[in-house]
Structures are given as C-alpha cells and as structure tokens.
Design a protein around this ligand. Structure first.
Ligand code: TRP
Length: 390
C-alpha cells in the first residue's frame, strides 16, 4: 500500500476502498482542496451535486470556472471501467457531466477502460467486451450532444490511446507508480496509469490547450495527480487538468460505504418501479426510530438516512422541499416508510426515463458512430509522425 493512502481506519486508492472514509482527512492525504462557497456559487447551473457538496473538493477548479464562465473552450473527462452492469450510482456522474455540457458547451470525453478491468477482475476479455457494449448503451441513453462528446474504448481506439500512453508512460517512474498505487498484481496494471493519463489529456490534444476538468469519485484522484505531473512536462502542450472530486454515493446499507462492500442489493438501471420500491423499503438504512411511537415522539435523523441521502444527493432538486422533508422527519411527522416511498418514487421516475431512452437505441454500432473520434481528431491527437501512412 502507498504510505500516504492507508492508515489504521481507512484506505482509499483507485483499486481499494476500505473502512469508513473520513472525507476531510482524505483531502490532507491527497493534497486536494475542499470547494469554497465562492467556487460553488460560480458553478454554471448550480447542480444539486455541487450545491449539496457531493462534489466536495477539487484541484484547480478556479481556472476551469473562469474559462467556463467567460465562454472559452472547456472540457470534461469522466470514464467508466466496464466490469459489470451499471447501477444508479455509476450513472449519476454522467448525468452531471451532461448537465454541465448543456450549461457550458463543454466537450465531454468518456473513456471506457476495458483494459484496466481485465487487469483487475477475474473476467475474460469476451465478458468485459459484453459489459462494454451494455455500458455503452447506458452511456448513449444519457443523451450527450454527439457533436461535443467522444466515447473512447481503450482496446477499440488503441490507434490513438496506445501511442499516447506510450509517450506518457516514459514520464512516470516505477517508484512514482508504486508510491501512488501500491504494488500492482501484474504489469498490465503497472502500465495502466499511463493509459488513464492519455484519457485525461486527450481533449486538449484534440482541441488544443484549454481548461479541462475531471469530475470523479475521490478514489480516482491519484490518476489526476499523475496526469497533472505529466502535463507539466515541457514535452507536452497541455494545461494540468483540474479535478472535481465527489464523495461515494451511498449504497442502501448505509452512507460512507462503497457499492461492492455491503450485502444490500444495488439499484440497477434495469430495475422497474416495483423493484426499486421493494429494495428501498426493505434495505435502505433508516435514520428513523425502531418503533412508531418512538419515532413520533423523538423523530428521525435525516443525515444518516439513505432515502434522505438519495434525495439530497441528486433526486430532489428543490431546496425548500428537501428542507421540509428533513424538518418533518426530525419532528417525527414524517415516517421512515413515507420518506422511503418519496425517494423510491423519484428514483423510479428517473430510471423509467433512462430506460425509455435506452430502449430507443437500435443498432449499437450505428448509434455509437457519431460519438467516435473522427479521422481528423485521431490524427490531431496522435503524437506526430506515429502511424504508418498518415
Ligand atoms: N478508472 C476508472 C474506474 O475504475 C474508469 C476511468 C477510466 C475513468 N478512465 C477515466 C474515470 C477517466 C474518470 C476519468 O472506474
């Protein structure tokens, strides 16, 4: 384990999240900054994930905000490791990126790291390929602007990704890599950080130097740190990408835990209304009292209540409504089952709309085409002189 990423009580690296995460302490370990009220106020569109500090920290956010608010070119990079079906928590950052794209006209780059997941999971390349195609449908269903969005698959877009990764790999020493990630299980994983650096710098290589930001869960911050170090080298004509770091979305069994750690089921993008209601009613950790009488008398605690967290993190946009729910819950007027029903309803609405768009996607190859790098973009991104005949 890297010495700065682990302690007695919790561990956070791109490959392992364990224990109860202290989000503030993590910033000290990583060297990132908590978002200020002023920064939050300058976010185009005031998305609830920013307003409510789900995205709670960052690096260099000011430069991105300045560019975005003065109409200059900006971009976002947020990716997906296709190791299984996507659930609710996986898709929300993409909806956030789409929202920022609508607000700012940002280029959005979505890399799919099928190579990374092959190195870390016990899955065949064919199985990863299947998940890649499934996840791709969900990403297309988000409804990004195809003119300004590029989805890149490591093994399928290797003509661009590989020469770039080669170039960046040379600037990361073995000891830096190990200090950042710990000792990897195979050489694929030793090299992979160079691939993710290629993802993070790609928009600037295609569109020229500009303010680029990476909105991601805080465990991915080490990748951004390395990318920033490499971006600063003289050899490359790019700015350091900014990071916008989020807390982990709560799983049903309680806030502060990662999706894979608990036994409670996740909410899948394929879950229908009934399933969502059943999962939330049965499994969502409640901040309510155990008996009806006690709840009416003493009230519940919204801060630890997963149904409330879902509403606060994403699904209740209106601050006044959210506050009213919290007040009624604290006073005991609102019961745990009622709060859960309210959350389930919103989540089910969201999933229904997502599924409708997903079902309208016909032939995947044809629908994917407008989101792929064009020949011209590929040529611009590739290091000069690489490639046989172009
Ligand atoms: N490594 C990320 C994960 O495991 C996926 C990913 C690949 C990514 N490239 C990225 C995330 C670029 C953000 C930005 O989930």
């Amino acid at each position: 384990m890297p010495e700065n990423a682990t302690s007695d009580d919790f561990t956070v690296t791109p490959y392992a999240v364990e224990g109860e995460v202290d989000y503030r302490e993590l910033l000290d370990r990583f060297g990132a900054d908590e978002l200020t009220d002023d920064q939050i106020a300058r976010f185009p569109g005031q998305h609830p994930m920013v307003r409510r500090r789900v995205f709670y920290a960052g690096r260099d956010v000011d430069r991105f905000l300045e560019s975005a608010n003065s109409g200059r070119t900006v971009s976002l990079v947020t990716g997906r490791g296709p190791s299984g079906p996507m659930h609710l928590g996986h898709v929300l950052p993409f909806y956030f990126a789409k929202h920022l794209q609508e607000q700012t006209g940002a280029h959005v780059y979505v890399p799919l790291s099928d190579d990374e997941k092959y190195f870390t999971k016990d899955l065949s390349l064919a199985e990863i390929g299947e998940y890649t195609r499934e996840n791709l449908r969900d990403l297309l269903a988000v409804g990004f602007d195809p003119e300004r969005t590029r989805i890149v698959i490591d093994t399928a877009d290797a003509d661009v990704v590989y020469p770039l990764a080669v170039q960046f790999a040379k600037h990361v020493t073995q000891s830096t890599m190990e200090a950042t990630y710990g000792r990897p299980d195979n050489v694929g994983l030793s090299f992979y950080p160079a691939v993710q650096i290629a993802h993070l710098l790609l928009p600037q290589l295609v569109h020229g130097r500009h303010a680029s930001m990476v909105p991601i869960a805080v465990d991915q911050d080490p990748h951004v740190r390395l990318a920033r170090d490499v971006a600063a080298k003289e050899a490359f004509d790019v700015d350091k990408p900014a990071a916008l770091l989020s807390k982990f979305l709560p799983t049903l069994d309680g806030p502060g835990k990662m999706s894979s750690s608990g036994d409670a089921p996740g909410i899948y993008l394929t879950d229908d209304r009934e399933t969502v209601e059943e999962k939330i009613q049965t499994h969502a950790y409640s901040g309510g009292k155990s008996s009806l009488d006690a709840h009416r008398k003493h009230g519940g605690d919204p801060e630890v209540d997963v149904a409330y967290q879902l509403l606060a993190f994403y699904f209740e946009d209106d601050d006044a409504t959210l506050e009213r729910l919290a007040d009624e819950y604290r006073s005991g007027d609102l019961l745990s089952g009622e709060l859960k029903a309210a959350a389930a309803d919103k989540v089910a609405d969201f999933l229904e709309a997502h599924r409708e768009r997903r079902e309208r996607i016909g032939d995947l190859e044809a629908e994917f085409e407008p989101y792929r790098l064009t020949e011209d973009e590929r040529a611009r991104a590739r290091p000069e002189g690489v490639g046989l005949f172009d």
